[in-house]
Design a binder for this molecule. Structure first.
Ligand SMILES: Cc1cc2nc3c(=O)[nH]c(=O)nc-3n(C[C@H](O)[C@H](O)[C@H](O)COP(=O)(O)OP(=O)(O)OC[C@H]3O[C@@H](n4cnc5c(N)ncnc54)[C@H](O)[C@@H]3O)c2cc1C
Ligand code: FES
Ligand code: FES
Length: 491
């Protein structure tokens, strides 16, 4: 027999200098709807309603002992976040910035640099810059600011004056948030029992521990797991789907941890994409080129690695790299765990090996000992029409190990966008293993890619284009090996 469900209570979060208690809201009402329709400050705008344009950008504060005064501040898209997911957090909007009738330095810099025309994007841009300025003491260079603003679309002003304003905003040192009192308020919220929120006959649960989560899910296996809401949020905002009960993973501490063991990097399923990519880049520099190409800064702040893997989209961008590095997933159901190679996790188009009431607990990425001596090359590259905030036509990943004489000891190659699931290229791998690395050998592998994949044509790319790109990325790998990394090994 399962224990009684947790006692229902309101959603509590810090907003405008005090704790808000919210009831009587549908469990999938978005933060943006609540702000605009109930609270009526209209600074936060709605553009696309799907996380693309950044007009709805707000900043979320969460408890984090590593952050200044224990409060982490991050920009996210309020149009795809459900209000109950705010429980235990702090919410900041553009109305919080000006004090005593004086514009905040970020706002003033935007005015002075003529960085706003119609103004629709401006509150979102200001919030992204505000979060960055709170987190960075040194003025970032323009390239770094482009990453900060990668989720903020301006259609009329143009980015030159916006970047000028951004850099000018660091020149005035004042205007920093006093984080300590907010952290203390969140501390009090954290002491409350985990959230069980109810509206009509729908529930939103936010368990605090793995034990609570697995018990809840076992007693309600029809519930929808929710992590960063960057896929699920759109099912509601765009597809107008009615969701059943929701179990939110973002309050489960054990799922938000990253551990490095001698063998592997273990990333908890609810670790944000921002944190996961930082950890991945520390171990394998090859992730660097994907990190800033995956969605945008606010989506990476909210979305999780576990959500990307679980969603199992054929064009999901983390999976080719994880497959190439021999990643595993640790799955849990009640008290039982099992470990699967990632390639055994995907059974078909958006079909995974997850059983009812089973969830992803950890993603394990083996550490490659030869990574730092140049005999192992890992690269993952995404090709899409736009640089920022676009869906891959093809995403490729390669993990190639050489012996001291330049012979290929091991090769793992995986692609997204080439099949119904993220999938390894076994024929191309076999063509490489045991051969001395040379352009000819790479070109042979490029040819046999046609036996590994039969890509489809869709609005993003034709089948022919996809195959050509997939082949050319293998050639790019050869150039990286040949010219940059191992000229002394390759004859
Ligand atoms: C504007 C925009 C841009 C995007 N760009 C990219 C991109 O460039 N590349 C890319 O790959 N994706 C992209 N995405 C998709 C999305 O951001 C990613 O798939 C993200 O990693 C999903 O994680 P999440 O935590 O938000 O998942 P959620 O939306 O919370 O959940 C997604 C699915 O996974 C399930 N789930 C979540 N966690 C677990 C778990 N631990 N165990 C079992 N099931 C679980 C949920 O039930 C749901 O079915 C984009 C999305 C948006 C809105
Ligand atoms: S309204 Fe466009 S990202 Fe939210
Ligand atoms: S000022 Fe009009 S969209 Fe940016």
């Amino acid at each position: 027999m399962h224990p009684a469900p947790p006692t229902v209570r309101p959603v509590h979060f810090w907003f405008r200098g005090q704790i808000q208690s919210v009831t009587d809201q549908p469990h999938t009402r978005t933060i943006l709807q609540w702000l605009r329709e109930d609270q009526h400050p209209y600074g936060t705008k709605e553009g696309c309603g799907e996380g693309d344009c950044g007009a709805c950008t707000v900043v979320i504060g969460t408890r984090d002992d590593q952050a200044p005064e224990g409060l982490r501040l991050e920009a996210i898209n309020s149009c795809i976040q459900f209000l109950p997911a705010l429980d235990g957090k702090a919410l900041f909007t553009v109305e919080d910035l000006a004090q005593d009738g004086q514009l905040h330095p970020v706002q003033k810099a935007m005015v002075d640099a003529h960085a706003s025309q119609c103004g629709f994007c401006t509150p979102g841009i200001v919030m992204s810059l505000w979060a960055e300025r709170e987190n960075q003491n040194e003025t970032p260079d323009r390239e770094a600011l482009c990453v900060t603003l990668s989720g903020n679309l301006c259609r009329c002003t143009g980015y030159r004056p916006i970047l000028d304003a951004a850099q000018a905003a660091w020149k005035t040192p004042c205007g920093k948030l006093a984080r300590g009192p907010i952290r203390q308020a969140l501390e009090q919220l954290a002491a409350k029992p985990s959230l069980a929120y109810s509206y009509s006959d729908k529930h939103f649960y936010a368990p605090h521990t793995l034990e609570e989560l697995s018990r809840l899910y076992a007693s309600n296996p029809q519930a929808r797991l929710l992590a960063g809401s960057t896929d699920v949020g759109l099912w509601v905002s765009k597809q107008l789907r009615e969701l059943d009960d929701i179990i939110y993973l973002g309050a489960v501490e054990e799922l938000k941890q990253i551990h490095t063991t001698p063998e592997s990097l273990d990333i908890g399923a609810a670790v944000s994409l921002s944190d996961a990519f930082s950890a991945l880049c520390t171990e394998h520099e090859g992730w660097g080129s994907l990190m800033t190409r995956f969605a945008s800064r606010p989506i990476r702040n909210a979305g999780t690695l576990g959500g990307n893997v679980a969603n199992g989209s054929p064009i999901g961008d983390s999976m080719p790299g994880l497959l190439a590095l021999g990643g595993h997933v640790v799955l849990q159901r009640e008290n039982e765990t099992r470990e699967l190679a990632l390639e055994d996790f995907y059974l078909g188009y958006q079909k995974t090996a997850l059983q009812p009431a089973e969830f992803i607990r950890t993603i394990k990425i083996p550490l490659v000992k030869s990574d730092k001596d140049g005999r192992h090359l890992f690269r993952t590259w995404k090709v899409s029409k736009r640089r920022d905030q676009d869906i891959s036509a093809v995403c490729a990943a390669f993990s190639i190990k050489l012996d001291s004489l330049g012979k290929i000891k091991d090769a793992r190659i995986a692609y997204g966008g080439m099949a119904a699931i993220p999938k390894r290229a076994f024929h191309a791998e076999a063509e490489l293993i045991g051969q001395n690395l040379s352009e000819e050998v790479i070109r042979n592998a490029m040819r046999v890619l046609a036996t590994d994949y039969q890509p489809i044509s869709d609005m993003r790319a034709s089948a022919e284009y996809r195959m050509q790109v997939a082949r050319n990325l293998l050639l790019r790998l050869w150039y990286e090996f040949n010219e940059r990394l191992m000229p002394e090994v390759i004859a």
